[in-house]
Design a protein around this ligand. Structure first.
Ligand code: GDP
Length: 448
């Protein structure tokens, strides 16, 4: 990878746009020592805060601030890095950035510092993605999980699985090289055991990665039910309390309304879908199709119904895949009342009134529990990309196990393991395409 290492020097304002107490310009690349010397008038000490005045080309004072030099390779990017901390005025920081560019740097693209850190082996790809997820985290739970991934918790798990996979592959390939012994060798129970252990470890990691996506992106709740059950009212009631920090998500269709709600340190992504029922109407059919699509991606299906339609409506939940959590909300208790003792006695049925808010706290608590489930120590963040790669790994592992059990065909099993290894390597960036890197780092903010 070092062949492709960039040799120019990049610079960007690393702090958020707008006025602030302090602003930082960050520079990385081979020209950093020369730029630092020109700014300071002498060579800077490594990792030492120098207080100085920086001036424009004509010698006019731009600002006074701190200069910090992190010599390669002990820096964020692995290159020579310079940080200039001045007053957080966009005008002054722009002038400073311009000065730095005159001295030999160019403007950095979004995520280019982190991309260099990745290319220089400072971080793997999953860790680099966690940097962006940490910056973008909207809840404490999401931030904590992203921090774990940035620290390498997820990557180490992937690496451990990869090591086990390679060990088995080597084992099997060794057998292929001695065809007269292959059958006996592959029949060795130790191979089957190794294969079994690998599949188990993979299943655990996939489950934790799925949880990692939920911790990072928030719990996706699809609100379903017949028209007029009170779905929109419930969405508003859930969102209303935190109105100030609710962010409506742009680009929604007219059939699916989305709200993002922060609830005690967790994020809920609520989607209010069109009424789910068989219909002849073209537009409504499209709405129903989208509702079903929404359900297919949801962590929780929240059915809103009324006492009178309850049993009939519950059939809407019957076709859901088992991993989707179900909650049944029996709405309008202000009008219809509620039984003194709930005959169902299960914690997935909640009685409430979206109109007057009665019973809403119990629903909030239940949703919060689901959103934070498994968010304990060591829980790491993950992206959908990782989960998809892990699912492909699973398919190849299953194939390898099946081939070994049925035919003991070493070549076929080894090929499946090779493909599993490749899919796993995509997570940490051992195998990547420029397109993938472009997509990942292009979504970063400038200066990171
Ligand atoms: P949706 O079609 O499922 O989104 O239902 P809406 O939220 O638009 O509500 C349909 C009707 O039911 C509206 O007239 C609401 O005012 C009413 N409604 C919603 N929730 C309640 C409730 O808790 N109690 C009562 N009495 N009416 C409600």
């Amino acid at each position: 990878m070092s062949d492709a290492a960039p040799v120019d020097t990049i610079a960007a304002i690393a702090t958020a746009a707008g006025a602030a107490g302090v602003g930082v310009v960050r520079i990385s690349g081979p020209a950093v020592p020369a730029i630092a010397r020109k700014l300071l008038g002498r060579a800077p000490l490594p990792r030492h805060a120098h207080f100085l005045a920086w001036r424009d080309r004509a010698g006019e004072l731009i600002d006074r601030g701190l200069l910090l030099h992190f010599p390669a390779p002990a820096s964020y990017t692995g290159e020579h890095v310079l940080e200039l901390q001045g007053h957080g005025s966009p005008v002054l920081l722009d002038a400073l950035l311009q000065r730095v560019c005159e001295l030999g740097a160019r403007l950095a693209r979004p995520g280019e510092f982190t991309e260099r850190a990745f290319l220089n082996g400072k971080l793997d790809l999953a860790q680099a993605e966690a940097v962006a997820d940490l910056i973008a985290a909207r809840s404490q739970v999401a931030a904590r999980a992203a921090l774990q991934s940035m620290e390498g918790v997820f990557s180490r798990r992937v690496q451990h699985l990869l090591d086990a996979l390679i060990a088995l592959r080597v084992h099997i390939e060794a057998a292929i090289d001695f065809p007269e012994e292959e059958i006996d060798f592959l029949a060795d129970p130790a191979i089957a055991q190794q294969m079994h252990a690998l599949c188990d470890e993979h299943a655990r990691l996939l489950q934790e990665a799925e949880r990692g996506v939920r911790l990072s992106d928030g719990l996706r709740v699809a609100i379903i039910g017949r028209p007029n059950a009170g779905k929109s009212s419930l969405l508003n009631a859930l969102a209303g309390r935190d109105r100030a920090i609710v962010t409506p998500i742009a680009g929604t269709t007219r059939d699916v309304l989305r709200e993002s709600v922060q609830l005690d340190g967790v994020t809920l992504e609520l989607a209010d879908t069109a009424g789910l029922r068989d219909t002849d109407d073209e537009v409504e059919r499209e709405g129903v199709r989208r509702a079903q699509q929404e359900l297919a991606q949801a962590d929780v299906a929240l059915l809103v119904t009324e006492q009178a339609h309850r049993l009939e409506d519950q059939t809407l939940l019957s076709s859901l895949p088992p991993e989707v959590n179900r909650l049944v909300v029996i709405n309008k208790i202000d009008r219809d009342g509620r039984p003194p003792v709930d005959p169902t006695k299960d914690d997935t049925t909640l009685w409430l009134s979206a109109r007057n808010g009665e019973g809403l706290d119990a629903l909030r608590m239940r949703l919060r529990e689901l959103a934070a489930a498994g968010a304990g120590e060591g829980a790491f963040s993950a992206r959908r990309r990782h989960v998809l790669a892990l699912r492909r790994v699973g398919e190849h592992l299953d194939q390898a196990a099946a081939v070994l059990a049925a035919t003991r065909a070493g070549e076929l099993a080894a090929e499946e393991l090779r493909q599993a290894q490749h899919a796993l390597g995509e997570i940490t960036g051992a195998y990547t395409s420029d397109d993938l890197l472009g997509a990942i780092f292009g979504s970063f903010c400038i200066g990171k």
